[in-house]
Write a protein that binds this ligand. Sequence first.
Ligand code: FES
Length: 110
Amino acid sequence: MFRVTAEAAQGTVAFDIEGDRKLVLGLEDNGVDILHRCGGNAKCTTCRVEILAGDPGEIGEVEKAILATKTDLNDHTRLSCQVRVMDDLHVKVIRQASVEGMDAGGRPTE
Ligand code: FES
């Protein structure tokens, strides 16, 4: 089990998550309505988070390629649909359904 602390629109949300589980699902299951518009396929980047502390693991080629197309991100940005939790993490959630007034998107698979 790892501990995730997320800075979200509603404030700080903290929860435990099983190792190797997708970060996006942990966030959603603990009340953070993070966007995941492409359903967890590393295409939309709406599930992005800023990693404030902890090791999110190696970035894959597909994730790296889509993030490289965005100019408004920093080096600590990761796609929460591609991060499988393997460390305690402190993250900042960038985009939420309730803030943007849009549907979150299809739920990513486990
Ligand atoms: S990139 Fe679309 S849900 Fe993660």
